[in-house]
Design a protein around this ligand. Structure first.
Ligand code: CP
Length: 308
């Protein structure tokens, strides 16, 4: 069974093939209405279940649109309205769903729920975000970088702020695609050591730099994300704003990066917190390309999972 659970669990060659196919499919759609099906409809007659235990705008819409463009059908399911892990075991849900649908995308809280679902599923399972990782987002981000600046291998990527689940997938990607990674943020919010060690084991030059201005020197890409993730309580995390203020990505900080550096944010953003509108809407920003590329790269991931 070919699941897409995390970037570091997917063979390097397959990741590259997914990106190549995503770009080819994107180019083939140039000038088409967004709702039009692709010429090739490999998902015809297939159903994909999209399970959301957390809110989503981009993941929900991009998967749904992508499945339609590939000629398939999708059903969007709310985790709270299912018996997933409460009322029946995740294993039973996985076994039953495998009798109905051809693939499952799940956005859930704990990584163990994702892994348990995948373990007991007879159809491919795709990670649409857990509290620990967000691989579809980073595949779109690598695609976006390479569209704008060519191969990401050997480039310097700086993550500013909370070392969260999206940051973790960037560390996985650094190992698979071979770019340097600098984390700049307060020690309390460092990425989990296991992600840093994993990247280093793949030969990645991972650096932690507490001074943001120093971290972004010579950066090819600067990335920010929300200071409080979806699974965290904003009120309880109020102090975090003081910790993270020095790591806000603003025009002054971006000016320390390489000329022509890109700025990314997976969205949703709290403008004026982790990044200013000046940066988000400025010449370095590729935030809308990242969002669009979710669509194309997830179509390629689905095709890879289903072998179609
Ligand atoms: N970036 C991202 O996953 O967006 P959503 O939470 O809107 O799906």
């Amino acid at each position: 069974m070919t699941h897409f659970l995390d970037i570091h669990k997917t063979p390097k060659d397959d990741l590259r093939r997914i990106l190549d196919q995503a770009l080819a499919m994107k180019n083939a759609r140039t000038g088409r209405p967004k709702g039009a099906a692709d010429d090739d409809r490999p998902l015809a007659g297939r159903m994909v279940a999209l399970i959301f235990e957390k809110p989503s705008t981009r993941t929900r819409i991009s998967f749904d649109m992508g499945i339609r463009q590939l000629g398939g059908q999708s059903m969007i399911l709310s985790g709270t309205e299912m018996h997933l892990g409460h009322g029946e075991t995740i294993a039973d849900t996985a076994r039953v769903m495998s009798r109905y649908v051809d693939a499952i995308m799940v956005r859930t809280f704990s990584e163990s729920s994702l892994l348990e679902l995948a373990h007991h599923s007879d159809v491919p399972v795709i990670n649409g975000l857990t509290n620990r990782t967000h691989p579809c987002q980073i595949m779109a981000d690598v695609m976006t970088f390479e569209e704008h600046r060519g191969p990401i291998k050997g480039k310097k990527v700086v993550w500013a702020g909370d070392g969260n689940n999206v940051c973790a997938s960037f560390l996985h990607a650094a190992g698979q695609f071979g770019f340097d990674f600098v984390y700049t943020g307060p020690a309390q919010l460092d990425p989990e050591q296991v992600f840093i060690d994993g990247a280093r084991a793949e030969g990645v030059n991972v650096r932690i730099e507490r001074v943001a201005a120093r971290a972004v020197e010579g950066a090819d890409l600067v990335v920010a994300d929300t200071w409080v993730s979806m699974h965290e309580n904003r009120t309880a995390c109020h102090n975090r704003h003081n910790l993270l203020k020095p790591y806000q990505v603003n025009a002054r900080l971006m000016s320390r990066a390489k000329k022509g550096a890109l700025f990314m944010h997976c969205l949703p953003a709290h403008r004026g917190e982790e990044a200013t509108s000046e940066v988000m809407d400025g010449p370095h920003s590729v935030i809308l390309d990242e969002a669009e590329n979710r669509l194309h790269v997830q179509k390629a991931i689905l095709r890879w999972c289903l072998g179609i």
